[in-house]
Design a protein around this ligand. Structure first.
Ligand code: ADP
Ligand code: ADP
Ligand code: ZN
Length: 214
């Protein structure tokens, strides 16, 4: 099962991708998490990517595509994966298709998690992230058991610098310009599925399971 999660920043792609990965036993591949881990470890890729991420801009396609294609080569990807935050541009989607075609594989579903812009800024200011394990919480909707501490690994939770309201507005603009065209791209391939992301997290997941098991 090869799944792509589409949606604005903060729509809940990561939250749902983790639940899909857990239920269907496929890896959750988040380009944002991979890039943040590179920044944390001060790799060359991390240093390059950080300049873009801090401004809410996209990291250049060439850097992200090779990172994802390398990740696919790992053994855990043989039964599929759920891609979160990739592709984010038409050239990335085309590069993904080319890479999959070469090994006679294809994407099964592109799931678009729909959340209107007006809900996004509020959601992002409440997001808290764990740089230890990639878990995500929300101070109101999905709080950790102990304030400021990750339930899973015990690391401290942070408010991502790029979740500041001004940067979120910039990311939303980038989303509409560069990522939203993917909805049409996958719709034309008849693999686009839409879910209402404003619902409670459990209801969003139920809708996704219904799609995957139809
Ligand atoms: P969100 O969870 O808000 O959707 P991500 O964690 O997926 O954000 O991404 C954070 C940042 O990492 C993006 O704003 C962008 O700078 C960079 N990034 C992540 N994935 C990609 C990608 N596929 N192409 C380009 N940049 C990316
Ligand atoms: P994305 O990966 O699309 O950027 P996240 O999964 O990180 O989005 O979710 C963004 C924020 O919204 C997080 O703080 C998360 O805990 C919270 N969140 C996710 N799904 C929901 C939901 N259905 N209702 C309310 N808050 C949610
Ligand atoms: Zn953690």
């Amino acid at each position: 099962m090869r799944i792509i999660m589409l949606g604005a920043p903060g729509a809940g792609k990561g939250t749902q991708a983790k639940k899909i990965a857990e239920k269907y036993l496929v890896p959750h591949i988040s380009t944002g998490d991979i890039l943040r881990s590179n920044i944390k470890n001060s790799t060359e890729l991390g240093l390059e990517a950080k300049q873009y991420m801090d401004k809410g801009q996209l990291v250049p396609d060439s850097l992200v595509v090779s990172l994802v294609v390398d990740r696919f080569k790992e053994a855990d990807c043989k039964n599929g994966y759920v891609l979160d935050g990739f592709p984010r541009t038409i050239p990335q989607a085309e590069a993904l298709d080319t890479a999959l075609n070469a090994i006679s594989e294809k994407v099964d579903y592109a799931i678009n998690v729909e959340v209107p812009d007006e809900n996004i800024v509020k959601r992002m200011s409440g997001r808290r992230a764990c740089l230890g394990c990639g878990a995500t919480y929300h101070i109101q909707h999905i709080p950790p058991k102990t304030e400021g501490i990750c339930d899973t690994c015990g690391n401290e939770l942070i408010l991502r610098a790029d979740d500041a309201p001004e940067t979120v507005l910039n990311r939303l603009k980038v989303y509409h310009d560069q990522t939203q065209p993917l909805i049409e791209y996958y719709s034309a391939k008849n693999i686009l599925k839409e879910v209402d992301g404003v619902q409670d997290m459990k209801d969003v997941f139920n809708d996704i399971v219904t799609i995957l098991e139809a």
